[in-house]
Design a binder for this molecule. Structure first.
Ligand code: NAD
Length: 372
């Protein structure tokens, strides 16, 4: 069967869905790998590297005869509509937003997988692209802040005097937040963090950071995720967090609630109370923002601070973001492959969870509702 890796076309997307290093795993399973020319250019992979690894590189007609299409962003609906019935796509696919893509897949009889919907169970860890990309975002967010901050991160004791460490506050200590904490610690900052899930306290402390305890009930929801806050509780939380925000040099926010807009954790007034030169990186800017006024891809002056809104942050480190994402996709494809054929078994919990359209139907109630 022919597995095609497309060149991404959406603005700001620099990742690629397969890296040369992993071509052999698909070829070894009896699959033919075809790569659209230029697909790996931003991730530092030349066409020749894919060819050397055993793939075929083609130009304009890459999708002709495709059985499986791998991409980072969802394929354009026009390209989906041109696929053969029974073809498979695997990519990020926010199915309730990308309704044109979902409709095109349904109508063409395409089996579309959304990596966001891979269940977060132990067996699926190697296919969990939300985790691998959140890891990249958390790391990158801290580096951006460190680069903008007009101060040192580490404590420095020099003959010319002692420089105190930067105070870093991380809000949301999930996958991205924990990586942000670890990165800021490695750079020598004093780090504290807050999350609404009680389990995050132990994980935060194990990285050498302080956990901020607020006098509020836990918001631990099902599956280890956070629940949405009432507006009353949200305001209470913002008020209680404000003094921690104003005492920090760097604020990194990563809070999210699956399927909802990101919770607003920090008012503009709290940012205005920060020290001159402080830096705020809102990694949730694209899903509504944790910080009032943050704009994806923009760097704004808010009082004495610089507020940076994250926009496709994993794509800013395309080499390793692609390497990790490609491994997630290869593991998903191989889960469905036997005897050189990719045949999704919908009785498998992972395949079932991640599959958005199959056999002309949309498979999840919440996605069907979004199409109405
Ligand atoms: P996420 O991206 O949905 O949210 C990021 C963080 O924001 C979470 O820790 C969440 O609790 C926090 N948050 C939400 N509302 C908040 C608020 N009002 N104030 C402060 N923080 C708030 O979550 P994630 O990082 O993808 O993962 C969340 C959980 O899932 C973690 O427990 C993680 O360990 C777990 N997980 C499990 C697996 C697995 O078993 N395969 C894989 C990945 C993650």
């Amino acid at each position: 069967m022919k597995v095609v890796v497309v060149a991404e076309t959406r603005e700001h997307e620099h990742r690629v869905a397969l890296v040369p290093e992993l071509v052999a795993r698909l070829v070894g399973a009896g699959l033919e790998v075809v790569v659209e020319s230029g697909a790996g250019r931003h991730a530092m992979h030349a066409d020749s590297a894919y060819e050397d690894a055993g793939a075929r590189v083609v130009g304009a007609d890459a999708l002709d005869g495709a059985d499986v299409v791998l991409s980072v962003q969802p394929l354009d609906p026009v390209r989906v509509a041109a696929l053969r019935s029974g073809a498979i796509t695997a990519s990020f696919l926010p199915a309730t937003e990308e309704t044109d893509v979902v409709r095109a897949a349904r109508d063409a009889g395409v089996t579309a997988f959304s990596v966001e919907l891979v269940p977060r169970i132990s067996r699926a860890q190697s296919m969990d692209a939300l985790t691998s990309q959140a890891l990249v975002a958390g790391y990158r967010g801290v580096l951006v802040a460190a680069e903008r901050l007009p101060r040192f991160f580490p404590l420095s004791m020099t003959a010319a005097g002692t420089v105190p460490p930067a105070e870093v506050l991380v809000l949301g200590a999930g996958v991205a937040g924990l990586q942000a904490i670890a990165t800021a610690r490695r750079l020598g900052a004093r780090v504290s963090a807050y999350d609404v899930r009680a389990a995050a306290a132990e994980e935060t402390r194990s990285l050498g950071a302080q956990f901020v305890e607020l006098d509020l009930p836990s918001l631990e929801g099902s599956g280890g995720y956070a629940r949405e806050m009432t507006e009353d509780r949200a305001q209470q939380q913002r008020d209680l967090l404000a003094p921690y925000v104003s005492a920090s040099d760097v604020l990194i926010t990563t809070a999210a609630v699956p399927g909802r807009t990101a919770p607003l954790l920090v008012d503009r007034t709290a940012v205005e109370q920060m020290r001159t030169g402080s830096v705020v990186v809102d990694l949730a800017a694209e899903t509504g923002g944790n910080v009032e006024g943050s704009v994806p891809g923009a760097e704004l002056a808010v009082g004495p601070a610089t507020l940076i809104g994250g926009r496709n942050v994993p794509s800013q480190l395309p080499v390793h973001a692609s390497r990790l994402y490609a491994a997630n996709l290869v593991n998903l494809v191989l889960l469905m492959t036997s005897d050189g054929k990719v045949t999704p078994d919908l009785a498998d919990e992972i395949v079932d969870g991640a599959c958005v359209t199959h056999d002309g139907a949309v498979r999840h109630e919440h996605v069907r509702e979004a199409l109405e």
